[in-house]
Structure formats: structure tokens, C-alpha cells
Design a protein around this ligand. Structure first.
Ligand SMILES: [Zn+2]
Length: 191
């Protein structure tokens, strides 16, 4: 997701956040809307610092009846298996992010087939949008974030060594429902 520079601290949504990103003033928890939880508000300029969800995409990439996965070379879930994915940049479409992350992480060009599902969990900052895709080009090899890349037949998937809850749930759902949509079913081709 970041070129593999391990010295950077990524936002895991846990904070704490002490200073206003606009003016550097101190943040404090304040009730902004009566029925909402308290928000972090800048005591100097009034800026409300919303702790929004982070959007990530993943692509379950099929090739010759198998699913291509990588073993993570970074935390969290170092050494565990996952399909390619990562955070969506602001202003980037979900589909473009899925293609970009897949190319970065396993070297493959993909065509998105359909949306599998969207995964969110109580107390967790990340919302994961997972597509099913087919490999249409490129040369499959791991990027800096992969210890190894392997294609698994459905009955070979390493269920006990998957990286995230969403990895498991999306794979189960993808395999159970199978490819149904054609091109465009997931918004592929939108800008
Ligand atoms: Zn401020």
C-alpha cells in the first residue's frame, strides 16, 4: 500500500489525536449534535475532526480455476494469507483502487467481475469492499508487501492462516455464490 516503508506509522483508527489538523490547536471531545457521540473539536478554531471510516478494497483474483493470494510481508497479520487489496485514495474509484492494489501486490492486471460484498465490524475503522476478478494480464509475482504469492484451488485455501476476518468471510461468500455477473456488474468501466 505504501511501497513497503516500514518506518511509517499507519492510521489504525485508534488515535489518540491531540491536535487540530488545520491550526494545530488542542482537540477536545464535545457534543456537536445532540444524538451523536462526542466529536473531537478544536478548541482554537472550532474545526470538527470526524473520525471517519477508512475504505479498503480487495480483489479475489481467479486464474485457471484458482485464486491468487499473497502472504503478507508487513504487519498487521505478517505471514498470513490474503487476496490483494488496500486503502482507497481520496478521489479514486473503488474499481481503480482494486486494480492498482492488485498490480502492486501480485503483478497482475485484472478485470473485475462483480462485487462480492462489503464488510464492516463494530469498533473497527475499516470498511472493506471485496470484488471477484479474473486475471487478464501481467506477470504474477509478489511486490514488496508479499513474502510469497501462490494460486490456490478452492479446496487448498489455507483457512487457518488467513490474515483478516474479512478475508475469510469474503472467500467463503465468493466461493459459495460463484461468478454470476458479467462485465459491468460491479461498475467496471466507470471512470
Ligand atoms: Zn483548529
Amino acid at each position: 500500500m505504501d511501497g513497503g516503508a516500514a518506518e511509517f506509522l499507519h492510521d489504525d483508527g485508534t488515535g489518540p489525536y491531540r491536535h487540530c489538523p488545520r491550526c494545530g490547536g488542542p482537540l477536545a471531545a464535545r457534543v456537536v449534535m445532540r444524538h451523536d457521540p462526542p466529536r473531537l473539536v478544536c478548541t482554537a478554531c472550532g474545526f470538527v475532526f470526524y473520525l471517519d471510516p477508512k475504505v479498503a478494497v480487495g480483489a479475489i483474483c481467479r486464474t485457471q480455476g484458482k485464486i491468487v493470494m499473497l502472504r503478507r510481508a508487513i504487519e498487521p497479520a505478517y505471514g498470513k494469507w490474503v487476496f490483494p487489496g488496500g486503502y482507497v485514495d481520496r478521489g479514486e474509484t473503488l474499481e481503480a483502487a482494486a486494480r492498482r492494489e492488485t498490480l502492486e501486490e501480485i503483478g497482475a492486471d485484472i478485470r473485475l467481475i462483480r462485487l462480492v460484498n462489503v464488510y464492516s465490524y463494530t469498533g473497527r475503522p475499516v470498511v472493506v469492499v471485496v470484488y471477484e476478478a479474473e486475471v487478464v494480464g501481467g506477470a504474477i509475482q509478489g511486490g514488496e508487501e508479499a513474502l510469497e504469492v501462490r494460486a490456490f484451488a478452492p479446496d487448498e485455501i489455507p483457512w487457518d492462516a488467513l490474515a483478516f476476518r474479512s478475508t475469510r468471510e469474503a472467500l467463503i461468500e465468493c466461493l459459495r455464490t460463484g461468478a454470476q455477473g458479467g462485465a459491468g456488474a460491479c461498475g467496471e468501466g466507470r471512470d
